[in-house]
Design a protein around this ligand. Sequence first.
Ligand code: GLA
Length: 672
Amino acid sequence: MTPAPYSPARFLFGGDYSPEQWPREVWREDIELMKRAKVNTATIGVFSWAMLEPREGEFDPAWLDEVIDRLASDGIGFILATPTASPPPWFTVAHPDALPVRPDGTRVLHGSRDTYAVSAPAYRAAARRIARYLADRYGHHDMLRGWHIHNEYGTIDHGPHAARAFRRWLERRYGTVDELNRVWYTAFWSQRYGAWDEILPPVQTQYLHNPAHVVDFKRFCSDEMLEAYREQRDEVRASGSRAPITTNFMLPTWNHLDQWTWSDEQDVVSIDHYLDTTSADGEAHVAYGADLTRSWAGGPWLLMEQNATGIRTGDHVVTKGVDRMIRNSLGYIARGSQSALFFQWRASAAGSELWHGAMVPHAGPDTRAFDGIVRLGDTLDRIAEVATAPADGVLGDAEIAIVWDAEGWWSLETPHLPSDAVSYSDEVRSTHRAFWRSGYPVDFIRPGGAADRYKVIVVPALYAMTATTARWLEDFAESGGRLVVTFASGLADMDQRVVGGGYPGMLRGLLGIRGEQMFPLPPGETIELSDGSQAGVWSELLRVETASVVAEYASGPLRGCPAVTRRSVGSGSATYVSTKLTQHSLDAFLAEAAVDAGIEPTLAGAADAGIEAVRRRGAEADYLFILNHSEAAVRIAGDGVDLVSGQRDRIEIDAGAVAVIREAGQGWALEA
Ligand code: GLA
């Protein structure tokens, strides 16, 4: 049975709240300000282990009882975290073996956070104990909105506990050392193992690691952390608490987890998302994070953290204006978030993150930033009805899907591929960005996922895949889909073994080509294709077998050879792009693929006008979100009412502002 979609009565609004850093007068002001901003949710306890369990096995919940009472008596709900991302100093002193070890053998000590060896039995026992304690004490509170297990799983340990657990994992996977030797190809470089005990995590080595070893360790780490999550989740469940359970993923560069598998184990999927650029591309980044998470979740999800006032860019923070903060928050919601939550409620006065942005900045509530938070609270109140999700949980109307696969990412990070300049996340993201720029809604899909509703599927740089995935792609094309596969895909199987006889071995028949040799390009070198596109990084010498040539290389070492090919497959087609198109060329190429497939953008002309239009399905109506990222007001005409401004049918949206239109019909047009 498909579980009901996560659908709270109102959007959760608020953020991480760590009152333990403040005296009681501040707690009183916090509640007043939360009420003023219509905050309805505080995430508490994320890093409170040392306060909650000051000595091993001795708990001190009085302060948390008081925090919860104060919130609850003013109608503010809470998400309760288990504090296991940050073990207290007493824990590491008592259990030095539970400290994580880096690949070079350095043991990391306490004094920061996230310092734990996830496979250490003492850590796991302590984590279960505190999770159960919290669940027994607070799990039935009627203002408890959810469980936030741990925080951003992702500390990787290479020490003895990890080695033991890794060997157990390998034994379950391979059964015998001989089988492992076969899969890992250990005949080369004298790597043959005689016993399980000889195998280590991929620690510091003299030269290159074995790629199969590296990818298996990534798989193991994801599984091992998932097991640790499950143990806490099960403790919470065993207490009888019925509040939804999640753990917050970190995007965009955190690649320690297989999010598809993890998502299946949560009641609601949540992420933390921090913009990685101050440019307009930040808005595309919001859409990327949100589309990925909605896809992992298969429906509504939670934005657990974002920054209210700043964007960290390399070595400094750039201020995020109020309009942008509101547009970004609504951008996530348009794509299925049931929340606008922030890190954190009040800016710390000291400590490690004292300069991190907050809902209440250092200067206090009499600020532009806090006024913005009040405005956002008011906006969320006006659009509250949107939070009721449709019963099937599907929120968008995307007809395009991009394949996303954690194992594909891990495979493309193995050492010494033909070019180190290929980044999986960049390829996936530039594919998404191209569709975002032309205003098409997009989902992500796991290999083998339900593909029926899509007209176009793009497979960016999926280096390793199974034969089942190849067949699934073939079925999609056979039944009328347009498949676009980009360079560096299908070269290896899941054991990181190149499939011989011509590239890309996993997809040769489907694509109707035979690649002979890679011609990676030096950094910065650009080549042209016969259709006017520009490309770089990668090119391939290939010949067509059953495909036809769409574009040739017009410059570079492969001038005159096929660059882009297309094969008719059943009632659909399979296109191969053997080089890395520049973003500009990729934008045009993928927009054309969408047009060819007869897909309409959400609102014609929106992209050119600098606005973003996203449709979110609700239980009773569809809602058209308009985010005006431009510096001019825009007007759209159609049939419906803007829940934010109250305007009907002809709706003007100021520069930087938002509209959320309850649609009576979908025929909206931009007015000049
Ligand atoms: C993460 C953490 C928070 C905080 C922010 C800072 O998302 O969960 O505790 O450190 O990063 O951006």
